[in-house]
Design a protein around this ligand. Sequence first.
Ligand code: ADP
Ligand code: ASP
Ligand code: MG
Length: 437
Amino acid sequence: MKVLKFGGTSVGSAQRMKDVAKLITSSRNIVVLSAMSGTTNSLVEISDYLYKKNPDGASEIINKLAIKYYEHAEELYSTAEYKQRAKELIAHHFDYIRTFTKDLFTLFEEKVVLAQGELISTGMMNLYLNESGVNSVLLPALDYMRTDKNAEPDPAYIKEKLKNLLQEHSDADLYITQGYICRNAYGEIDNLQRGGSDYTASLIGAAIHAEEIQIWTDIDGMHNNDPRFVEKTSPVRHLHFEEAAELAYFGAKILHPTCILPAKLNNIPVRLLNTMQPDAPGTLISNSTEKGKIKAVAAKDNITAIKIKSGRMLLATGFLRKVFEIFENYQTPIDMVTTSEVGVSCTIDNRKRLDEIVDDLKKYGTVTVDDDMVIVCVVGDLEWDNVGFEASIVNALKDIPVRMISYGGSNYNVSLLIKSGDKKRALQALSDHLFQN
Ligand code: ADP
Ligand code: ASP
Ligand code: MG
């Protein structure tokens, strides 16, 4: 069995849904769907209005979104019966969203509102398949996808519940399920963070020991640089799990940051494919490496660099521990670290507790903060005895001020910290120098 995940653009219109239906009906797989494109953003906007106690603002967006869905339904189904069933489904979810315009709105209600996008898209797709004579079955993600008290997925629970659900519907032609949404340790509706449908797919893949996990999106696989900022990027045909994980973590939006781990741990190949061009080979992510090859570049935005300088303290035993403990105390993960004899620089992407962190760090030295920075990450088979890759990277960036350089934490990446204003220029320079041919 395979797991096939289709992102927002892939199910973004009635025609796209019909195209997806053609791709999924040939065998008995599990299909994970995102919300139709733009929907989760609209649900976030609705929630913002409700937080701000502006029900009229929320209602305006709710009504616009609902109209869009009724139009999709009119186009998607061919029979009066299914048009009616779809309209009832849509009305049910939008009426539910409307109930939140009348009451207290908290984080809990927001999660419920955000979950409606995936519930509608999977419901509509399932009805379409049924109308076309396919015996597809909806697997409700809220019945098996669950996080624990640390907000991490609970693999044992997911595996057990999924197994039962699949057994219950063993005669189905096909399974459809929601990406992104889950329940938390308290049984409340929650989600796996924005872009989390990829994570749903890999968690399911791991739970059922799938033959393959396919992430279908709007581009022909992982490109060697971010196509939103760089001209003439091209698809990378093979990536090692570690390479893909680094790229996803450091900003390659095509993959959710944590979605590679479950696949890697279970050695399940991940294939990135293009719904608009289904015959293109895409990218295969597996356990094999291409010796000495630089594969791709990605960039992670909104990074803050913090430097602690203290000639007296650094070499003293326990200095680094004390510094890192401060970040731990404020539950702020560190992305990059560089050290010298007189100081240490760290980067974080979560500034919520920055003031407290800086206050505490001042006990140990002089603290400087640089915000609005970007981590540029060059990924490939970068074993330290493959000579020359560092020189090519540094040479490519010779005209760009670099605040930190980090290599040696893994054999798969070199990370550099630059100002956000230099990001586009740096990415283009790296593409021009590293992937000219
Ligand atoms: P989906 O809605 O299918 O999950 P996403 O928008 O999350 O799709 O991811 C696909 C997008 O990721 C592409 O359209 C592309 O703009 C962006 N992207 C960023 N970096 C890369 C990269 N290195 N390779 C391919 N796509 C990338
Ligand atoms: N619909 C969710 C989002 O837009 C999850 C996803 O698409 O992966 O973030
Ligand atoms: Mg995505």
